[in-house]
Design a protein around this ligand. Structure first.
Ligand SMILES: O=C(O)C1CCN(c2ccc(-c3cc(CO)ccc3Cl)cn2)CC1
Length: 321
């Protein structure tokens, strides 16, 4: 009574925006962005919203797994940039692909969202003896960014990725470790809406991304190794047995720091931030799908998926692919 990954998929909007292009609209440079973040470019949506990217991934997953939408029991979309407060992005996907049987809801855990959603989906599938689920991370962060705030605008990108999970008699889901540090939540805020005393003339404003970068960076370098160690302990394996550490692509220097703290070779930490930037909840599934596509992740490999960010949160799942 477990689940396995039957298919994986990812997508990014067509438009590429380079560091040089950003340096023309704000006081930054390709050198600074590259050296401090590892990012060379990002994909920014022109007319696709979060649900459109998620639908693309959903349809690709169904095709790859030779599965009909009608057979889906569950759809979870992890996102911090939903099309609407309601209907949820997952409900929109459910309607657009015609998965009438599927329970569908969004999960909000920022850059840890995919790990949280993967863990919740697995537990719901086991508890309900469900057969098929879509777990998708999808973001159009470009809607939420203040494109004149160089401290955040250079970091983020748009995209979506996901997996189709199916019931399995083999043991694939080895452990998860989900942690929330709510008292530090104000270090990373996006899309705040305030109560309106003058409710009649409600301005319906939503704030842009605001981040205490140094604090979040320090949080990540401390808490991500802790999360990975706890998850490995729960899985009764040691870190050496993990073939690939697929970390949220927030910053390339954080990844090298985590590798050092865990005393694991950097080769175990694939990096695609140079190409897609920080895509929040889409980050883990895009990286996973790309590693599977490139045969970096092979059948039988043990992989750790680790997200970290808004909440503040950390979320790790360890699976035997
Ligand atoms: O001055 C420098 O070097 C700056 C220092 C600050 N930096 C940061 C800080 C935090 C993040 C970040 C963001 C999210 C949101 O998804 C989640 C997780 C993290 Cl760790 C990314 N970059 C950039 C380089």
């Amino acid at each position: 009574k477990d689940i396995e990954i039957a298919a994986s998929s990812w997508t990014t909007p067509e438009r590429v925006v380079t560091n040089d292009q950003l340096s023309q609209i704000m006081d930054t440079s390709d050198e600074w962005i590259t050296e401090r973040t590892g990012i060379k470019q990002r994909h920014l949506s022109t007319d696709e919203n979060t649900s459109d990217l998620a639908v693309k991934v959903a349809q690709d997953l169904l095709t790859k797994a030779d599965t009909q939408a009608e057979d889906l029991d569950l759809i979870i979309v992890a996102t911090m940039s939903p099309d609407n407060m309601t209907p949820s992005t997952a409900a929109m996907v459910q309607g657009k692909i015609g998965a009438q049987k599927a329970v569908a809801f969004d999960l909000s855990a920022a850059c840890s969202g995919f790990s949280f959603a993967f863990s919740v989906a697995r537990d719901m599938m086991v508890a309900n003896s469900w057969q098929k689920a879509l777990v998708i991370g999808s973001e159009v962060l470009s809607k939420l960014i203040d494109w004149h705030d160089r401290s955040t605008a250079v970091l983020f990108g748009d995209g979506a990725g996901g997996v189709l999970l199916q019931a399995s008699s083999e043991h694939h889901f080895l452990a998860s470790d989900l942690r929330v540090f709510g008292e530090s939540g104000d270090k990373l805020i996006a899309g705040h809406t305030a109560p309106q005393a003058d409710y009649v003339n409600n301005s319906r404003q939503m704030t842009a991304f605001q981040m205490a970068g140094r604090d979040v960076y320090r949080f990540a370098t401390h808490e991500v190794p802790n999360s990975l160690k706890r998850a490995a302990d729960k899985a009764s394996i040691n870190l050496e047995q993990i073939n690939h550490f697929l970390l949220h692509q927030a910053n390339s220097r954080i990844i090298t720091q985590v590798a050092k703290r865990l005393k694991q070779p950097l080769e175990k930490f694939p990096i695609n931030i140079d190409e897609v930037g920080n895509t929040s909840a889409a980050s883990e599934p895009i990286l996973l799908a790309q590693c599977i596509e490139k045969d970096i992740v092979k059948q039988g490999d043990i992989i750790a998926l680790s997200g970290f960010g808004g909440g503040l949160t950390t979320g790790t799942v360890i699976i035997k692919y």
